[in-house]
Design a protein around this ligand. Structure first.
Ligand code: SF4
Length: 263
């Protein structure tokens, strides 16, 4: 449920996507970008989590190869920030252990582990084979719908996306309007360069996901992630052998990307 920034009154889901509601949200995003345009990641996070203009914000984290940096920043601003972690039930055991250990180390106090409803999973994908015949449907079932449901109570969410990651993100702002959902998307690391995440983790002595040193620079579900050899694109091991490159959680051109897009 979205909330009015002035009165804190809830806004019904269907009311937040009307032209008038989207125009108001766009104005809020413009205000936030103007307010924080000369600031860095920490100030943007503080704004996202404390500025009434932003509303109620959650962080979404995969506890993957580079997640520790943004989680650390969030923990420093507010350890009670809701952190949404989607357990597809097909993750590496190392990811589940890393999630627990990193959450404890950073003293994150509001990590929410999200899973597809068991009955629905048994009905739709009882043997875990949906990924073989329709990986987009599998991601939709195990990730996208789970996240969509979890975000129902929030006005926006924090991502780790960066400008350098793709041409389509080259002008990405700290705050974006997600028009298909009527939410704000917050990108505090938008201006970070390719090495900034690693440098930040080294300087703060943050543990990396244990599979990184085993040749997995990008880590998703175990059946859909393979090792990458030196010189390959870091994401070459995701859905190797198929043209799928995206789980469907991120948004392309303001729309949910159910098929091929970037991270
Ligand atoms: S990454 Fe693979 S196993 Fe995980 S949800 Fe997507 S298709 Fe299914």
């Amino acid at each position: 449920m979205l909330h009015d920034p002035d009165t804190d009154a809830p806004i019904a889901a269907d009311a937040r996507q009307t032209p008038a509601a989207l125009a108001r949200l766009r104005a809020r995003v413009t205000t936030l970008n103007a307010r924080y345009r000369h600031h860095g990641a920490t100030a943007v996070l503080e704004g996202a989590l404390r500025d009434s203009e932003a509303g109620r914000i959650a962080m979404v984290s995969s506890f993957g190869a580079d997640s520790a940096a943004l989680l650390h920043l969030v923990a420093m601003v507010d350890r009670s920030t809701p952190v949404l972690f989607i357990d597809t039930r097909l993750l590496f055991a190392e990811t589940l252990v890393y999630q627990l250990e990193l959450s404890e180390r950073l003293n994150l106090q509001n990590v929410r582990i999200l899973r597809t409803d068991t009955a629905r999973l048994e009905r739709t994908d009882p043997y875990g084979a949906l990924r073989l015949r329709d990986p987009d449907a599998c991601c939709d079932l195990r990730k996208t719908q789970v996240l969509d449901n979890a975000l129902t109570g929030f006005d926006g969410w924090i991502t780790g996306r960066k400008r350098h990651q793709s041409p389509s993100r080259a002008r990405m702002a700290f705050f974006e309007l997600e028009s298909h959902s009527g939410r704000i998307k917050v990108n505090p690391l938008a201006h970070w360069g390719p090495r900034d995440t690693l440098t930040y983790m080294e300087e703060n002595r943050l543990p990396r996901h244990p599979l990184v040193e085993q040749g997995y620079p990008s880590i998703g579900c175990a059946p859909c992630t393979s090792k990458v050899v030196p010189g390959e694109d870091p994401r070459a091991g995701r859905w190797r052998g198929s043209d799928k490159t995206e789980c469907g959680i991120h948004i392309v051109n303001g729309r949910a990307a159910r098929k091929g897009a970037d991270k």
